[in-house]
Ligand binder design. Structure first.
Ligand SMILES: [Fe+2]
Length: 271
């Protein structure tokens, strides 16, 4: 079994993450999967409004409370009565791993439809035109998944990877004629202490890996040294999205903050 990696992150300034829009998201080049995200392979856009952020957080809170209640009604009450920011303070009294299985981290169709009403998806439409969200796991609806990362728990974050690697490993077919891009949104974040790190320009590089199933998690063992790479941590506040190329190397950082870090993500399929 692989040891958990200990990646080094560099902290970026806001201007290190260009604001993407319809005009620059493909740098004026052909709207291909490879060209999305410009030179760096990522960027940001307008944040969720405060009321939208609160609404999305309330949807996730209800979802994790439902997950906990399905295991034990008392666990459900405990999670329901604790803010998502303080989730880690009750996590050792409930079955955390079972609650956050891959299936447990995928939102229901109704929750996805509610989140799709936020201004974030106006931004997505402006940038990509007609689009759908992917359903590579085959749940039967457009997927939005989420993650809770407890303070100082290395197991709660994954391995440096390109999202395309999951599709390669699982033999998920890309729907005919579709191209992919990714969006990640921190909902509870402490900039500089946790959040998403991305490797600039990595989408154009060749990075080989070996995949290994470790427990219920897929580990990617790089055939390169991640210490040779600059992993830039997104400095944006809660509610501000990161859009990135499907071939950009990225990873969540171990949470060095005091609150549970909460994020959501989805794959955009565009024409
Ligand atoms: Fe990823």
């Amino acid at each position: 079994m692989s040891a958990l990696p200990n990646y080094k992150f560099s902290d970026a300034e806001g201007h290190d993450f260009p604001v993407l829009n319809a005009a620059n998201a493909f740098e004026g080049r052909e709207r291909t999967e490879a060209n999305f995200g410009g030179t760096l392979g990522y960027g940001t856009a307008k944040a969720l409004a405060a009321d939208e952020l609160a609404h999305v957080k309330s949807i996730l809170h209800r979802k994790v409370a439902t997950n906990a209640a399905a295991i034990d009604p008392e666990h459900g009450k405990l999670v329901s009565g604790t803010s998502i920011e303080q989730y880690h303070t009750v996590a050792d009294r409930i079955e955390h791993a079972k609650m956050f299985s891959k299936a447990g981290r995928i939102l229901s169709d109704a929750d996805v439809k509610a989140i799709r009403e936020t201004s974030l998806f106006d931004t997505v439409r402006d940038m990509f035109g007609d689009y759908t969200l992917s359903d590579e796991e085959g749940v039967g609806w457009e997927q939005i998944s989420f993650r809770f990362v407890r303070p100082n728990v290395a197991q709660d974050v994954g391995f440096l990877h390109k999202d395309d690697w999951f599709w390669q490993y699982n033999n998920w077919p890309v729907p005919a004629g579709k191209k992919r891009a990714k969006c990640w949104v921190g909902l509870v974040v402490d900039a500089g202490r946790n959040g998403l790190g991305l490797v600039p320009e990595s989408h154009t590089g060749t990075f080989d890996f070996d995949a290994e199933q470790v427990g219920n998690k897929l580990a990617f063992n790089p055939r390169f040294n991640p210490d040779d790479l600059d992993i830039v941590r997104f400095p944006g506040p809660a509610g501000q999205p990161v859009f990135f190329n499907y071939h950009t190397l990225h990873v969540g950082s171990v949470n060095k903050g005091n609150l549970t870090r909460v994020s959501m993500e989805f794959t955009i399929l565009f024409n």
